[in-house]
Design a binder for this molecule. Structure first.
Ligand code: CU
Length: 159
């Protein structure tokens, strides 16, 4: 059920134009954001949707950013009724498919922020793929997922 839902979301958004380097790589991303946290918090998480528009699986093997001491790929696993985060060493983006980084699931973990992130700031994260290829994603700092305010009103706007 969940998997079907993800596939449907991927289909809807596959038509958006990516930046040039991304287009050349046959990959695209969208809805990138980082959760805004109070200045006392030194950790936060980032999310986005990553599309693979090629006929070959791509493997994401690393993430990095200048805004935090440590940047890792995490996922959330459920065990004994509690959810805990687990580091991902790599993540396969299947051919002609996409993977989601979303609250409660895969996320980019920023540990030890070097400075407070303000709402509206852009955080650049460099993704490294198997084979050494790197691509940058720009994540917008905001309080919650895009379109969250629209929930419950039966419509969804893209801004
Ligand atoms: Cu995490």
């Amino acid at each position: 059920m969940k998997k079907w839902l993800v596939a449907a979301i991927c289909l809807i958004s596959a038509g958006l134009a990516p930046a040039l380097a991304w287009a050349e790589a046959g990959l695209s991303f969208e809805q990138g954001w980082v959760r805004a946290v109070p200045p006392v918090s030194t950790n936060t998480a980032g999310y986005f949707m990553l599309h693979n528009n090629t006929d070959q699986d791509r493997v994401l093997v690393g993430v990095s950013s200048g805004v935090a001491e440590v940047v890792e790929m995490h996922t959330v696993i459920e065990a004994d009724g509690a959810s805990t985060m687990q580091q991902l060493k790599q993540l396969v983006v299947p051919q002609q498919d996409c993977v989601l980084f979303e609250p409660g699931g895969n996320h980019i973990m920023f540990i030890g922020l070097k400075q407070p992130l303000n709402t509206g700031d852009k955080v650049t994260v460099t993704l490294t793929f198997q084979g050494g290829e790197t691509l940058d994603v720009a994540l917008l700092v905001q309080k919650g997922p895009q379109g969250q305010q629209d929930m419950g009103h039966g419509h969804h706007h893209h801004h």
